[in-house]
Design a protein around this ligand. Structure first.
Ligand code: SF4
Length: 448
């Protein structure tokens, strides 16, 4: 399972926001490694840099420091819609329309994009990319004659899906989180400077410590140094992605008002309460299972041990001629002295296809583990995601149409225990109704 996108925007009284945006994108890199881009504005004139690859490569320092302006937006991308190899799909996407420079950075995914695109083409609008994000930009531009809140309301009327967006229109910056609030969007303040980001870490690293999450349906507009908030839409149903808390978001921050670190640790405690096997050590799958393993250990009193060392030089964007098994072997190195002869609770955040879990269990057995009991800090993933996360088709999901015992056999575990949906509701309480659980329950608010 891979991630989707990170967005960052900033207005600074002192100007020179290029390096601030780059630093922010560095701290959103886990949300997308395919490409990155920055657009700044100086008196309505745009300065841009974008390219394929990681932030460090795509956004060279000498170019970034020369981006003029007090205001700008940036994006780091993993494609969940649109061709990943097309340069035109790299964000921010820029338009020049009605004598205005306009740029958009989008995190999320639209489900009615085919219909909207066809409609816009019929109206004579020309698409330059295959990204669903361009649909939002066309809808925005189409309504430029209206005040900003009305433009966003027009988008809300048309669009289905998930979208947290940043729009740069000449020297005006608009941040908007859609009415269902599927993806997070935060605002941070530092004196008179203001910034927006998908995650807290990107704000904190830049000194924006006064942080709040935009409400679903809330827009924040920054213009001439003045910050104003407008409620664009009342959400009839919130749809906050619970997987942000389970896996995607970085654990040093808060998402949807919850500490990601504590959420994951608590999920491990709940798992430990279900334990009915005799366990010698708890081993996390690095890095996704670490916090849950700590919680499991705290609750059960069973020591946590690092049975795997992660090779940090095999990155998440690792492209190679090797197959999945070889990649797992190159990335995770078992510590024989830790695992040999032990009954292990192996803790991970989720199982998607199951192939990686199977290889990890095999690695432990090859290194002398006596028993391997897989413990998963989320319920079985049985359905794909249509809201901006790359959970594969139903057929590829190991839990699709299989009982727990069958999955256990398939991955070669001595036993397998998942967190239950009720456990998940406990973790998201008291606002459990505000979350999306569709990859576990199949009740997507929209389908393509
Ligand atoms: S379907 Fe799953 S991954 Fe997708 S938004 Fe809902 S909870 Fe998140």
């Amino acid at each position: 399972m891979r991630d989707y996108c990170g967005i960052f925007g900033v207005y600074s009284v002192d100007g020179s926001v290029g390096p601030v945006i780059k630093k922010g994108l560095f701290h959103l890199q886990h949300r997308g490694q395919e490409s990155a881009g920055i657009v700044t504005s100086h008196s309505g004139r745009f300065y841009k840099v974008k390219n394929f690859g990681l932030v460090a490569k795509a956004l060279p320092d000498d170019v970034v420091t020369n981006l003029k302006g007090k205001i700008g937006i940036g994006h780091t991308r993993y494609s969940t819609a649109g061709d990943k190899d097309s340069f035109n799909n790299i964000q921010p996407i820029c338009f020049f329309a009605y004598n205005k420079n306009i740029a958009l950075a989008h995190n999320g995914n639209l489900t009615n994009v085919a219909y909207l695109k066809e409609k816009l083409i019929q109206e004579g609008r020309v698409f330059h990319s295959t990204s669903d994000s361009e649909v939002i930009l066309h809808l925005y531009v189409k309504n430029l004659n209206l005040p900003v809140p009305e433009r966003l309301r027009e988008i809300e009327k048309e669009v289905q899906g998930a979208y947290s967006i940043l729009i740069l229109e000449n020297d005006r910056l608009i941040a908007y989180r859609d009415r269902h609030g599927t993806r997070p969007l935060l605002m941070g303040k530092k004196g008179r400077d203001v910034a927006f980001a998908s995650e807290e870490g990107a704000l904190r690293i830049n000194g924006f410590l006064e942080i709040k999450e935009l409400s679903s349906g809330e827009a924040v507009i920054v213009e001439n140094g003045v910050v104003s908030s407008v409620q664009i839409a009342e959400d009839e149903r919130k749809n906050q992605c619970v997987f942000e808390l389970i896996y995607f978001a970085r654990p040093d921050g808060h998402v949807f008002g919850k500490s990601v670190y504590e959420f994951r640790k608590e999920s491990g405690r709940l798992l430990a309460r279900k334990e009915n096997k005799e366990i010698d050590i708890v081993v996390p799958v690095p890095d996704s299972g670490v916090m849950a393993a700590l919680g499991y250990s705290e609750e059960s009193g069973v020591p946590v041990e690092f049975g795997f060392i992660r090779n940090h030089y095999v990155g998440r964007s690792f492209i190679s001629p090797y197959d999945r098994e070889e990649k797992v072997r190159m990335k995770l190195i078992p510590v024989r002295s830790v695992v040999e002869g032990k009954k292990i609770a192996l803790v991970d955040d989720s199982i998607v296809r199951g192939t990686t879990s199977g290889k990890i269990i095999q690695l432990l057995r090859e290194n002398g583990a006596k028993e391997v009991h897989m413990r998963i800090a989320s319920p079985p993933v049985r359905y794909p995601c249509y809201f901006g996360i790359d959970i594969p088709t139903k057929e590829e999901l190991i839990a699709n149409g299989r009982e727990i015992e069958e999955i256990e056999k398939e991955i070669g575990a001595d036993s397998l225990v998942y967190l239950s949906l009720d456990d998940l509701y406990t973790l998201t309480s008291p606002r459990e109704k505000d979350f999306c659980y569709a990859c576990f329950r199949g009740d997507h608010i929209y389908t393509p």
